[in-house]
Design a protein around this ligand. Sequence first.
Ligand SMILES: Cc1cc2nc3c(=O)[nH]c(=O)nc-3n(C[C@H](O)[C@H](O)[C@H](O)COP(=O)(O)OP(=O)(O)OC[C@H]3O[C@@H](n4cnc5c(N)ncnc54)[C@H](O)[C@@H]3O)c2cc1C
Length: 479
Amino acid sequence: MAGKIIVVGAGIGGLATAARLSSKGYDVEVFEKLPVCGGRNNIIEDRGFKFDTGPSFVLMPDFFEELFTYCNKDIKDYLDLKVLDPSYKIFYPDSDVLTVFKDSDKTKEELERIEKGAAKGFDGFIRETTRLYNITRPLLYKCFSKKTLFDVRYLPLLFKLNPLKSYWDIAKKFFKSEKLLYAFTFEAMFMGVSPFNAPGFYSIISYADHVQKIFHPMGGMYEIPKSLEKICLENGVKIHYNSPVSKINKINRKLSISTDTMITEADKVVVNADYSYTQESLLKRKLPDYKYSCSVYLIYLGLKKKLGPLAHHNLFFSSNLIKNLDEIFSLKNVPGDPSFYIHVPTVTDSSLAPEGKEILYLLIPVPNLDNPKEDFYSKEIYLRNIVFNKINKTLDINLEDLIEVEHRFYPKDFIGKYNIKFGATFGLAHNLMQSAFFRPVNFDNKFRNLYFVGASTQPGGGLPVVIAASRIVADLITL
Ligand SMILES: Cc1cc2nc3c(=O)[nH]c(=O)nc-3n(C[C@H](O)[C@H](O)[C@H](O)COP(=O)(O)OP(=O)(O)OC[C@H]3O[C@@H](n4cnc5c(N)ncnc54)[C@H](O)[C@@H]3O)c2cc1C
């Protein structure tokens, strides 16, 4: 055996790391606080409805393929990834609708209808984001310490990435209308950051949407953690559920972790639990003055019948997006006219609901719980009504009449359920000073045999990127 490894947390980052290391012959044990795996990529099952509670977009499938190949598995034996068409629909406040298709020529016709010359702008935008993707992709598999910042080999790359330009600046070079600027920057919100503050290289998410396309795993997003759990179990990984770790201890050259019932020693420990929580609660360390992503308010509805006009992914923009972003990130108020997202996976995958019924998952970005200026809970019903009324006005659908099952998830639930600091759904903010070199590294500076993997470490959040982090950690341990 190559050594004993403990992984704290069975989120995507923890499972992917455990799958990789067990594939290389390490003796791996996973300790997870919850009774099930997946972390934020979770599921609620109720009366025949299967709600994926977290991620809904599978982007950059090559990152998923790399993981399965690393573990000597064929992804096709584990996941049935279906490409979506249309990719998504955007509903504007003036009732205009932009449909983004798998076929970019069809998308360009839509863009041209909204802004003369936008088809050419689209080609330019794709060229620029492809260039950024080609530079960024290999960097996503590297761990950068502050020392690397002064490494002359990386300086030309830094210039090529032009990090002082924002996501918004990149889009602004190619589109003029607010409608299209929003349509080509909303993906920043997937990282929980405003497009005005997200470094331009995050526009590789737009590249992924438009060039690599958007996928759905048949059977639902929860198939992803299930498939990784399966590889772990096939490799003999021992997974302890309902086992919150309360402390990480250093004993001579080894580390141990404590739970309510046991202390377990290992050669190395990989922590997948939220980075800030880990530093404060498991290692009893003081945190630097980090900035955090926004939170989200989630409503999961099981509907009595199918709806017509929605696609698998749907975005509804606020009539004043700048004010909306200000409310979420600066003023920290409950938004008065929110942008929101609707996931209707049953458009693609009927296995997720009883026959003839529909799932609707509403995601509304709201401030995190780091010094909020307003009590979210006293305004919850107000916010829910605004969103329901907007859907009614835009689509002529009265959701209240159709609800068979309803679940809600609040900012505070990200703390209570997953130990995410300040309920910041996407972890540490993805601003320039917390990206690449400046994001927490994947190894500990004090304990030689302690590692970190997850959305708040390098390279960042989102499923493919967390999967890349698991490769970084596996390389640090095995190479
Ligand atoms: C609503 C929502 C929508 C999203 N949409 C997308 C999307 O469309 N596409 C995309 O790619 N990404 C999306 N994301 C982001 C993506 O889900 C995350 O980046 C990713 O799942 C984070 O995985 P992780 O392994 O870093 O952390 P987590 O999922 O948080 O896993 C950490 C695990 O550690 C466990 N843990 C915590 N404390 C302890 C302890 N003391 N002891 C033991 N275990 C502990 C937790 O219970 C959890 O299981 C979304 C996230 C959310 C919440």
